[in-house]
Design a protein. Structure first.
Length: 527
């Protein structure tokens, strides 16, 4: 018995079998596969045309394969005997979930797998080994499968056909995850296709992977190495806008949905921070393994990046990194629209605020947490670079946010230019709003406490302390979360630590200890 693959020579599975020493033959057509096969061979018809075209199969192919006693694995097929094959469609929220025990014990039922950019065919099947479904959980579908799920990998009732409604053999290029689980899935598929052959353990090496395994001991210089490589990534990824492609970046913001489109061209030069930076990689991964990039220029991203670059200068003396850090802060407060327009007018209620982005109409949007992130980046960069050149705009921004924070210490999710101009800043200063959402509120409190330590201006302390006290009293039942309750806990660590620094009491230490312990209790063992 032998394996016969119908595919191009650049197929991920074909290349993996070559590297792993698994004996197989590759042919370019289903006709050649069947004609050259011996009874009992396994024929794997892989989806060369995916995702644009289905794998063209007909009844004659299946009949001739059955007449020879072949076992078939078919991907993204246009036709399956006795089953209706529907139109192809893309996943939205769905992920792949193991729905049987054939991969156990290495990969158990309810294990979640990722098939990035998956396009699949609607085919009805009473049972399936893998399905697509919208489920909750990270590694495991915690609440099981919903009533309706789409088959991905199933055995035909005839017994000699294994059907994949998408392309599973693009698991390396498409960055399917986790890699170790896909190794198990493919070992099972190969063994199913040729039950009598010995399938060795396949080692799938992802094209993007962490430096260390979860249980691997870190080297002594791991932190420094990670910091230096991380900062290099900013440059290599072309995050810093260069005048040569500044207009194109703006065009992509205007052209692509949510300003998200193909990544920077390979030939684009990297800027020096004076034109700002694009937001960066989007989390969506396409079927070919590429990712979209967001071309919005956000003040909070610029500020945070300045902190990273300034820290690199402090760690390694990288003069270029220090220059970029300084340019990024100059961009926020001097060169971009982030601090211009009504934000530069002392009579305007938005005076001193930093706009969310440079793109209209969002340049009139003010998130407190985004202003805080920009300021925190500037604060850290100033310390690393040992300069006070941004103290004045930083103080303006601190007061601008403080005077739009209510007596109870809450500012709300976001303010907009129109509302500020209509109501004036005193409306926000005097309104007793309550907003138990650390995602939006907590880092402004940290900024206020830092400012209080340097200025002793009592409203910074009073409003931050009141907001923190009420938020801790409301924990956890009344908290509103944005990206998960664990992130909300993490956001509280910085203001609570600063509160202890400026007002060291048993109560404040107790709050900090409680949130830290709650956070650690839910942290994964690997960190």
């Amino acid at each position: 018995m032998s394996l016969i693959l119908v595919c191009r020579d650049d197929n991920d599975l074909c290349q993996l079998l070559d590297h792993s020493g698994v004996v197989h033959r590759r042919v370019t057509s289903t006709h050649k596969a069947v004609a050259g096969a011996e009874p009992g061979d396994g024929v794997l018809v892989l989806a060369d045309g995916y995702p644009d075209a289905t794998t063209q199969l007909d009844a004659a192919f299946y009949a001739s394969a059955a007449a020879k006693g072949l076992r078939l694995y078919v991907e993204y097929p246009s036709f399956v005997p006795e089953l209706a094959v529907g139109a192809g469609r893309e996943i939205e929220w769905e992920r792949a979930v193991v729905a049987s025990d054939v991969f156990s014990p290495a990969v158990n039922q309810m294990r979640i797998l990722m098939i990035h950019g998956c396009r699949f065919l609607d085919v009805a099947s009473k049972s399936s080994h893998l399905v697509l479904a919208r489920v909750a959980g990270f590694d495991t579908a915690l609440y099981g499968l919903p009533e309706h799920s789409a088959p991905v990998l199933f055995e035909h009732p005839r017994g000699d056909i294994l059907v994949a409604t998408t392309k599973l053999s693009q698991f390396v290029t498409g960055r399917y995850a986790p890699a170790d689980a896909w190794q198990v899935v493919w070992c099972w598929i190969l063994q199913w296709a040729c039950p009598d052959i010995a399938v060795p353990e396949l080692t799938v090496m992802p094209v993007v992977r962490p430096t260390y395994a979860a249980d691997e001991a870190l080297q002594d210089d791991a932190e420094l190495d990670a910091a230096q490589r991380g900062v290099s990534w900013f440059r290599n990824a072309k995050l810093f806008i260069h005048p040569a492609w500044q207009d194109e970046a703006g065009r992509r913001v205007a052209t692509y949905p949510d300003g998200t489109g193909p990544g920077p061209d390979a030939g684009w030069p990297c800027g020096d921070g004076s034109c700002g930076m694009i937001e960066g990689a989007s989390s969506r991964i396409h079927s070919d393994g590429t990712q979209d990039w967001r071309y919005f220029v956000r003040a909070d991203c610029v500020g945070e990046a300045s902190m990273a670059l300034a820290s690199a200068w402090a760690l390694s003396g990288d003069a270029g990194a220090g220059e970029i850090a300084a340019n990024l802060n100059d961009f926020i407060y001097t060169h971009s629209v982030c601090a211009k327009g009504p934000r530069a007018n002392p009579t305007s209620p938005s005076y001193g605020l930093i706009s969310w982005t440079t793109t209209p109409p969002a340049d009139g949007v003010y998130y407190g947490d985004d202003n805080a992130r920009a300021m925190l980046g500037t604060i850290a960069a100033s310390a690393f670079l040992e300069t006070n050149r941004w103290d004045e705009p930083l103080l303006r921004c601190l007061f601008a946010n403080l005077r739009t924070t209510g007596p109870l210490g809450f500012r709300g999710g976001r303010l907009e230019e129109a509302g500020l101009q209509k109501r004036g800043w005193r409306h926000y200063w005097e309104t007793e709003r309550i907003h138990y959402a650390p995602h939006y509120e907590s880092w402004l409190w940290a900024c206020y406490l830092w400012a209080y330590r340097h200025t002793r201006f009592e409203p910074f302390l009073a409003r931050a302390t009141t907001g923190i006290r009420m938020t801790m009293a409301a924990y956890p039942d009344e908290w509103h979360w944005t990206n998960g309750i664990q992130q909300e806990r993490a956001r509280m660590l910085l203001p609570l630590a600063w509160l202890v620094r400026v007002d060291d009491t048993a109560t404040h230490r107790g709050w900090l200890r409680r949130i830290a312990e709650e956070l650690l209790r839910r942290q994964d063992a690997c960190g």
